[in-house]
Design a protein around this ligand. Structure first.
Ligand SMILES: *Cc1c(COP(=O)(O)O)cnc(C)c1O
Length: 455
């Protein structure tokens, strides 16, 4: 008797039907061969059942979704690597409807004519920012690229040396400018730039003055940047547009909820900016998008640029964006209905209460493997917004047992075990401990339900 069954024999076995139905014939056959090979190489015998079990495990691993929920307990609410803003139920419903069927994406239902996809959200954006016109693209990096290419290709854009920022992920203002074929004219110094620096740089080749919000760092101490209103006036005196990349771009004043002030597109336009661009999935709390608002003639030029077509938004995110913008019509309910704002404004007391709820179960699951405590910590807003301001929060803190020799390795292993859960738990390692900031844990049941799976 052969020590291993033949592929066709396993394929014919009744137990294989479930695999075939779930994964299809090609993948199932490939997995059966792989399972048989590994038994053969190990010199082991196996019956049909064992081969099926092994193939099933291979298939399950291979088909496991890579896009799946995780618990973001990093303490950074808008975590770029974890997908930034969680969307409100209204946006999920709108996106689902758009995904599953046809929508009037570029179709004017009133006149049965071809329409413009920007029309789906332009009214809301204008109302919420006071702008004359608006357009949306894939993300804010795309918005900056498009704005510069449409208005300043082969010409100069004057920017302060204090604002030549790198956002991360290879987004650097000087490099984006080069890709947009705009020539960067840097003025001033890292810490201080004056209106006269801008004025001296304006010449026949100048296409625009630009301000970049220094989202992810703060220049403190002996610093100076001209106020936006003065830059706007200077630009307009020379017949030039004043462009502002706001980055995070909150649509409402965050101070209303006790959060630090972040400039809004409305304020920036009121100060005289001709165009303002900002992200949709940072403080705005919506889907990934880049929004450009401002003067109608400039927006019209942007819409005509071929890059607009290359960077355009898809129907799913447009649907989600419209639903999120509608929530801003009632700012009083925003902190409840918009998850980003709800998480950012979550009181430390409520987070501590969540901590007391989950602490005993975590202590039991970590029995001997870690020392567990509930301790105060600080969350960050993330995505470069308000970098120096931290939000008081509470964290479950795991430390390797006393006397552990290689604490660093023990911590890494601990963190890996939590990341290996069915819904991976992602924390932050700092000060010799693994921190689970509970700010973004709103429902503890699914979190606790999987603790039994910890090794
Ligand atoms: C985040 C940010 C960007 C890039 O926005 P994305 O939406 O991530 O593409 C550009 N400029 C500034 C100032 C930013 O903060």
């Amino acid at each position: 008797m052969s020590p291993l069954p033949a592929v066709h024999a396993v394929l014919a076995a009744p137990g294989t039907q479930a695999l075939l139905a779930q994964y299809g014939r090609d993948d199932t056959v490939a997995a059966l061969r792989e399972a048989l090979d590994s038994f053969r190489q190990a010199g082991r015998q196996a019956g049909i059942e064992a081969v099926l079990a092994s193939a099933g495990a291979i298939l399950e691993y291979r088909h496991r979704p890579r896009v799946r929920p995780v618990f973001n307990l990093t303490g950074t609410v808008l975590h770029t690597n974890l997908g930034r803003a969680p969307l409100p139920a209204e946006a999920v419903a709108a996106a689902t409807a758009a995904m599953t069927g046809a929508i009037p994406l570029e179709f004017d239902l009133g006149r049965a004519k071809r329409g413009d996809r920007d029309d789906l959200v332009e009214d809301w954006l204008c109302r919420l920012t006071g702008a004359e016109a608006a357009t949306v693209v894939n993300n804010n990096a795309g918005a900056v690229l498009l704005m510069l290419h449409a208005l300043a290709a082969k010409a100069e854009v004057v920017v302060s040396r204090g604002e030549l920022v790198e956002i991360g992920g290879a987004f650097r203002i000087p490099e984006v400018m080069a890709r947009a074929q705009a020539r960067l004219r840097e003025v001033g110094t890292t810490n201080r730039t004056h209106l006269r620096d801008f004025e001296a740089a304006i010449g026949p080749k100048t296409a625009a003055l630009m301000k970049v919000h220094t989202s992810n760092y703060a220049v403190v101490g002996f610093t100076a940047q001209p106020p936006e209103a003065e830059l706007a006036r200077l630009a307009h005196d020379h017949g030039l547009p004043f462009l502002v990349d706001l980055g995070a771009g909150s649509l409402v004043d965050m101070e209303r909820w006790g959060l630090p002030h972040e400039p809004t597109p409305r304020e920036t336009l009121a100060a005289g900016a001709d165009l303002v661009c900002f992200s949709g999935d940072k403080l705005l709390g919506g889907p990934q998008t880049g929004i450009i608002v401002g003067r109608k003639d400039l927006v019209a030029r942007i819409k005509k640029n071929p890059l607009k077509r290359a960077l355009r938004m898809d129907k799913i995110r447009l649907a989600a964006l419209e639903a999120v913008l509608k929530l801003y019509a009632d700012p009083d309910s925003l902190a409840q209905r918009l998850p980003t704002l709800r998480l950012l404004t979550r009181p430390a007391d409520a987070i501590a209460a969540m901590g007391r709820q989950v602490l005993p179960a975590i202590e039991r699951s970590m029995d001997g493997k870690a020392r567990v405590a509930l301790e105060p910590c600080h969350s960050q807003i993330g995505s470069g917004a308000l970098p120096v301001d931290l939000l008081p929060s509470w964290a479950i803190v795991l430390r390797p047992p006393l006397g552990t020799k290689s604490e660093g390795r023990a911590l890494d292993q601990l963190a890996a075990a939590w990341r290996g859960l069915p819904v991976p738990v992602v924390g932050r390692i700092a000060d010799g401990a693994l921190w689970f900031d509970l700010r973004c844990l709103e429902d503890h049941a699914p979190f606790l339900a999987q603790l039994a799976d910890l090794p």
